[in-house]
Ligand binder design. Structure first.
Ligand SMILES: Cc1ncc(COP(=O)(O)O)c(C=O)c1O
Length: 382
């Protein structure tokens, strides 16, 4: 059969009509355990930490969307990240990570895994040569987030994959901002694509979740072993909600992106704004690369206010359509202050070095009417 197109896979991959009833939606298998027909004679399901049919549908779906054989679902993006690190690495192994990362990922590296003997170093997310320079004899994993949170930097996935593989390391790419609608890292050489499905995949700010899409069977088995051994799995309702969100990913991402373009254009000409970070803008240093490796530029826009913290306080106070909140990727527009929210776990000195300044604001363009969004920003920036 011809491979399903992306939009069709969103709705059907892993989600054939239920065998028993014909239900067109995957049932919520709200069960912790399964009847066995005799000792060692289960029907393919034993215990819901090890596997659950609703979760399995989501796992098949993300694998199909990312174009790889294997998928895994977790209780959060960070649980997925933990399983990659815990399942694949051991004491004394080294990780090279891009330096512009979600603050929680940085915290996981620095406050949890370093303590267990993992070595971690950071490379300029925009510069493959910096990744190459950071590689060591014991580097087993290269980690890139692209576009990055919160500065929307673009990492060259194909170049970094080649560097990782030359050093006998795997490449994991955090694809949360782009989603497989705009970017499929495995096609560019990555071994693992990971998601906080809390964001665009779930899409409605109503569920926390994490997903992995994995190319190689042995890598998949090692991470799956960790998943079962350590827990961290989503419940069937959360898996179901995520599947429901994914069905509309294509229409939502188009709308998020169209609105983000308008927002970036408004910010770029506004006198209260000193810098705009959006890869869709021609002046963005990663614009050409994003055009090559992505099918679109996404719905996230960051910018710097000239007036620093006082201007930011005033801006957030005046917003009405945008909501000041953590997270992103939902249908509603959100605004965040990275220095005190998503990236507070990074020491101030490192934050400033990376460009996370006191005037930096991150916007997640929702899918409300664009003119309402623009009027809200104009009012708040006055
Ligand atoms: C890029 C990125 N990766 C990972 C995570 C962690 O995901 P979760 O909050 O679902 O644990 C986040 C959360 O904000 C994120 O923005």
């Amino acid at each position: 059969m011809k491979r399903m197109s992306f939009e069709t896979a969103l709705i059907h991959a892993g989600q054939a009509a239920d065998k028993q009833t014909g239900s067109v939606n995957v049932p919520v298998y709200q069960t912790s355990t399964y009847k066995q027909d005799g000792i060692g004679r289960d029907r393919g399901w034993e215990y819901s930490r090890s596997g659950n049919p609703t979760r399995a549908a989501l796992e098949s779906c993300i694998a199909a969307l990312e174009g790889v054989p294997h998928g895994l679902a977790f209780a959060s993006g960070l649980a997925a990240e933990t399983a990659v690190l815990g399942g694949l690495l051991k004491k004394g192994d080294h990780v090279v990570a891009g330096d512009d990362l979600y603050g929680g990922t940085f915290r996981l590296f620095e406050k949890i895994f370093r303590k267990w003997g993992l070595e971690i170093s950071y490379a300029d997310s925009r510069d493959p040569a910096a990744f190459k320079k950071a590689m060591r004899r014991n580097t087993r994993l290269v980690w890139a987030e692209t576009p990055t949170n919160p500065l929307l930097n673009i990492t060259d996935i194909a170049a970094v994959a080649e560097i990782a593989h030359k050093g006998k390391a795997l490449l994991a790419v955090d694809n949360t901002f782009a989603t497989p609608y705009f970017q499929r890292p495995a096609e560019l050489g990555a071994d693992i694509a990971l998601h906080s499905s809390t964001k665009y995949l779930g899409g409605h700010s109503d569920v926390i979740g994490g997903l992995l899409a994995i190319k190689d069977k042995a890598v998949f088995e090692a991470v799956k072993f960790y998943q079962n051994a350590a827990g961290g799995v989503p419940g069937p309702w959360d898996a179901w909600l995520t599947l429901r969100g994914i069905k509309t990913l294509a229409v939502r991402m188009k709308a998020h992106e169209a609105n983000a373009f308008e927002i970036a254009a408004l910010l770029a000409r506004h006198p209260a704004v000193s810098k705009v970070f959006y890869p869709g803008l021609e002046g963005h240093p990663g614009h050409a690369l994003a055009g090559e490796q992505m099918d679109g530029f996404g719905g996230m826009v960051s910018f710097e206010l000239r007036g620093g913290r006082p201007a930011a306080d005033k801006f957030f106070r005046r917003l009405k359509v945008f909501t000041l909140a953590e997270s992103l990727g939902g249908v509603e527009s959100l605004a965040c202050y990275p220095a005190a929210m998503t990236h507070a776990a990074i020491p101030e000195r490192d934050r400033l070095k990376r460009g996370i300044t006191a005037g930096l604001v991150r916007l997640s363009a929702g899918i409300e009417n664009s003119e309402d969004q623009l009027a809200d920003l104009e009012r708040a920036l006055k």
